[in-house]
Design a protein around this ligand. Structure first.
Ligand SMILES: Nc1ncnc2c1ncn2[C@@H]1O[C@H](COP(=O)(O)OP(=O)(O)OP(=O)(O)O)[C@@H](O)[C@H]1O
Ligand SMILES: [Mg+2]
Length: 231
């Protein structure tokens, strides 16, 4: 198996009210490249915290994290930023769209830093919005959209740059079944054409049915691992 991530004894604590509160309590995992992986489990169990570590947004308190064959546990911030820009597409649970920019500008946001000229950035962003059924909303600002539309703009921004891995925190949470299906198809298309890896935190059993591996978290640990025939 070609591992995308290797986690050994990974721990994370939040500093809260002057105390360290342990949230991830020693996670050992190997996540495979080029497929859909789901992280499931009850609310508050540490799924978002784990995605933040995988996306190099936070630094582990203890343990070892390897990404694409490289030890990234204690990478300096500037190098982390470089890995995030070039290799990771992050879809946050709370979207983090830029309210002053249009849907099109939000979607194309990272592309100039990746070497796209203005015309190409606009073209790729429009194609991605079209794939997600949002082309008609390109000129709107995020506050002029519904929750599900905002979620899809966050998805468009993450996948437009064709990253090696997409980390998506509850990406179908605000979507109806038809829109969710369309979104999953867009993910599938990217996985097939670019061998993109997708790691989802989700409560959506339909999305879970597309995953090759499903990891159930309980109380900051991996409680159960299931490998299945992905849809
Ligand atoms: N900034 C923070 N400071 C202190 N504790 C935090 C912070 N962020 C999260 N936590 C705590 O860490 C635990 C795990 O949170 P996390 O967001 O990873 O859960 P989750 O599994 O993603 O839940 P959900 O399914 O509701 O999204 C929770 O108990 C939460 O209260
Ligand atoms: Mg969460």
């Amino acid at each position: 198996m070609s591992a995308l991530y290797r986690l050994k004894g990974l721990e994370y604590s939040y500093l809260w009210n002057g105390k360290q509160v342990p949230v991830l309590k020693g996670i050992d995992l190997e996540l495979e490249k080029g497929c859909f992986t789901c992280i499931v489990g009850p609310s508050g169990t540490g799924k978002t915290t784990l995605l933040n570590l995988l996306g190099l947004i936070d630094t582990p308190s203890n343990g070892h994290l390897e990404f694409a064959g490289e030890d990234v546990t204690h990478l300096p911030e500037s190098e982390k930023e470089n890995v995030r820009l070039h290799k990771v597409g992050f879809i946050f649970q709370s979207f983090y769209l830029i309210p002053t920019l249009t849907v099109l500008e939000n979607t194309s946001y990272f592309l100039p830093s990746l070497g796209y000229n203005h015309a190409n950035a606009q073209k790729v962003a429009m194609e991605t919005l079209d794939l997600l059924g949002l082309a008609d909303h390109a000129k709107k600002k995020p506050l002029e959209l519904s929750g599900g539309q905002r979620q899809r703009v966050a998805i468009a921004r993450a996948i437009a740059k064709k990253p090696a891995v997409v980390l998506a925190d509850e990406p179908t949470a605000n979507l109806d079944s038809v829109t969710a299906e369309k979104t999953i198809n867009a993910f599938k298309e990217l996985q097939k054409s670019e061998n993109t890896s997708f790691i989802f935190s989700t409560h959506d059993s339909h999305l879970v049915s597309f995953a090759k591996s499903v990891y159930r978290m309980k109380d900051g640990m991996i409680d159960n691992t299931k490998n299945q025939e992905a849809k």
